[in-house]
Every structure is written in C-alpha cells, then in structure tokens.
Design a protein around this ligand. Structure first.
Ligand SMILES: *Cc1c(COP(=O)(O)O)cnc(C)c1O
Length: 396
C-alpha cells in the first residue's frame, strides 16, 4: 500500500484503503484481472507459488489481484488481519458457520438475525448435527444462559433487523471468550464507517456488501474480516475449498461503490435522524425505533459502541397491517423493495416479506409485529422524503 493510513480519518481511509497503483501502466483505478488462472514463468516458479515460498497468483478461486485489492481495503476499514470476499452475504455467513461448527457443536445467535442466517442453520446445518439457540442477545443474561460447554460460536447482528434492537458487542466478546467460543458480528447494518466490532473485542466481522459497502443496488456480495492470522487462515481455507468466492468484476464494482461509502452513510444518517423525529411526532404513528432517538431503549449503548446511528428506521403505523399497506402503496419516492444500504430509499413490510418464513409465534416473540414498516433511508433531500411520507400517512 502506497499511503500509510494509520491515524487517518475515515473519509481518507475509505478513499485510499487498498490503493495499489498498477505498476505496469500506472492505472489509478485498479484493473479488472478477468482471468481464471495465472501463467508461471517456469516449472520452479509454479512450484514455489504453490508451496507458498513465493507470493504469486495461481488460480482465481484462491486469489486474484482485483479481489485482493478489495479485500485489503475492507480489512483496513475494519482494522482486521485479513479479509475474504465472498459471492454473497450468505456465502460469508455459511462459511463462518462451516468454519467454527460441526457435528455435536452448538452456536448461540441473535433471534432477530437476518432471515436466511437463521434458516440456513435451522434447515441445513441442523442436518449435519449442528445445534443452535437463537435468543434475544440484547439481554446479556439470556446470552449467558444459552452458552453450553460445546458452544463454539456466538453469532450476533447489531442493530438487528428489523427490530433495531442492539447487542452489546464488548460484553458478548467477554461472554464468548469466557466459554472458549468465537464472537462473530454481522456488521452489515452499520458498515465499517459506523461500527468496528473487531475494535470492541469481536474475533470476526462480516458484511453483506450488497448493502452499504457497494451501495448502488447493483451487486450481490459479501466479505469476512478476521482479527487474527489464525482465524483468517481457517476461514480462507474453508472458502478456497468450498468455492463461494467473489469474481474479479464483482470486486471491481464493489470497490468502486465503496469509495463513496462514508459520504453516503453520513448523508443517509442525517436524513434518517430528521425523518425519525418527524415520524415520532406524527399522530398516525404508534412508535418509531431508531437508535438516534432518545426514546430508543438502548440509545446509550448506541452512542457508546457506534460512531453514528445509521439509516434504518422501523415504525408501527396506526391501523396495523392495513395502515402499513396504505403507506407502502402510496409513498412515491421510497421504492417498495427489500434490501437496504443503497443510495435510494427503500420501504418494506417485514412480516409479509423478509421475515415471512419465520413462524408467526417466533416472529412476534422477536418483536416483528404485523404493522411494522421498515424504511432504509437513502441520500435524497430529506424535505422531499418527509413530504412524501406525510401525504401517504394522511390517507390512513
Ligand atoms: C442482506 C443481508 C445478508 C445476506 O446477504 P446477501 O448479500 O443477500 O447474501 C446477511 N445479513 C444481513 C444483515 C443482511 O442485511
């Protein structure tokens, strides 16, 4: 890396992390090495690359300069030892499960975790005799009670989706380590700009870069960043052999999106704070959940462990499902779509969309009520977003 980023601000780090000018032509943007394999100079060179005596690329599933540039950049932003880019966020989640779990082993996870992160455990990993407990990790006593002698992984998502409940990362790191387990944090909702779990004691952090890191609603991808060389090597070994790796072109696109991460995240957050305050004072709204509101039960924890409050808001419209539908069908700027973290605002109804596959009792237990609407606030003018929500709410 040409520029020493130690002690530099987040905007400088987002702009320059992983910068590695092309030594052949001086290309400022990283070239797309769209190749599946790499030619060796001679037989000895090939042998040295394979046994690790010489650093060199051999095959794109194992390593590629475009992919590595992206991995180095995110690793820098998360203060880790090394990162591995994956084909999707779920490839990152399942690779972490595969790394740390096995027959007879157990994991503890956040109950309101991303729907598929729960489903892949309950329906697929369980077939291999992996055991699990999904609990409300915002309650540390529940986390402690769920830990067993065979618990190898504590897997948390904070803020959790779509309840916007937070989990204390530093406290969970202590609980995990006291039990000989690893703490993995899904940091998708915050991005490396607003939260750095490795700095708070987590061992591994992962992202669906489909969301904030890419930020342009045009790529699916994931990344895992480990704090130590040992964990990095274990995870990389699993991914190299199972094959859920990223493609060079995909890496180039996400690196391109990532260069504006801090601008987009800060702008979305400013908009979200204003919209959350507007919604909270609106007579057609029962409650609003946003970490930047004083009314959020964990506002103090948010201020302590996050560098900002993000741009995800959940709210309950008066009139339950019907009220929520009126809002979804009448807003003009936020598009009715799942996902988040793009430049544009998106709105959705978790009970019928992202969390439809969770049994009703478990869904309600996790706080995902029937009338809950989730909005991912984008970079539009907040006055326009507010006026739009206002006219939709007036129809209830
Ligand atoms: C979207 C998402 C995932 C899954 O990522 P994909 O890129 O869709 O595979 C995992 N965790 C969280 C919090 C997400 O929002």
């Amino acid at each position: 890396m040409s520029l020493d980023l130690k002690g530099k601000g987040i905007n400088t780090r987002v702009t320059h992390a992983g910068e590695n000018p092309d030594s052949i032509h001086g290309s400022v943007a990283v070239p797309i090495y769209q190749t599946s394999t790499f030619k060796f100079r001679d037989a000895d060179h090939g042998a040295r690359c394979f046994n690790g005596d010489e650093k060199g690329y051999v095959y794109t599933r194992i390593g590629n300069p475009t992919i590595n540039t992206f991995e180095e950049a995110v690793t820098e932003l998360e203060h880790g030892f090394g990162g591995i880019a994956t084909a999707s966020g779920m490839a990152a989640v399942s690779s972490v499960y595969m790394t740390y779990l096995g027959a007879g082993l157990h994991m503890v996870g956040t109950d309101a975790v991303y729907g598929s992160s729960r489903m892949v455990m309950e329906e697929e990993f369980s077939r291999f005799d992996v055991d699990y407990s999904f609990v409300d990790t915002s309650d540390l006593d529940k986390v402690r009670q769920a830990m067993r002698p065979n618990t190898k992984l504590l897997y948390i998502e904070t803020p959790a989706n779509p309840t916007i409940k937070l989990t204390d990362i530093a406290a969970c790191a202590e609980i995990a380590h006291d039990h000989g387990a690893i703490l993995v944090v899904d940091n998708t909702f915050m991005s490396p700009v607003l939260q750095n779990p490795l700095e708070l004691g987590a061992d591994v952090v992962l992202h669906s870069i489909t969301k904030y890191i890419n930020g342009h609603t045009d790529v699916v991808g994931g990344v895992i960043i480990a704090k130590t060389e040992k964990d990095f090597a274990r995870i990389k070994g699993v991914i190299n052999s199972t094959g859920g790796t990223m493609d060079p072109h995909q890496s180039w696109l996400v690196l391109r999106g990532m260069r504006t991460l801090s601008l987009r995240v800060k702008r979305g957050e400013e908009n979200a704070q204003k919209l959350a305050e507007f919604l909270e004072s609106h007579p057609k709204i029962d409650w609003v959940r946003y970490p930047g509101l004083k009314s959020h039960p964990q506002h103090d924890l948010a201020t302590r462990q996050m560098n900002g409050y993000g741009s995800m808001i959940s709210f309950e419209v008066k009139g339950g499902v019907e009220g929520g539908k009126i809002v979804l069908n009448n807003v003009k700027i936020p598009q009715l779509a799942v996902s988040l973290g793009g430049y544009e605002s998106l709105i959705q109804h978790p009970a019928s969309m992202t969390h439809h596959n969770i049994p009703e009792a478990e869904r309600l237990e996790a706080g995902i009520t029937d009338g809950l609407v989730r909005i991912a606030v984008g970079t539009e003018d907040v006055e326009d977003l507010q006026a739009d929500l206002e006219q939709a709410l007036a129809l209830i």
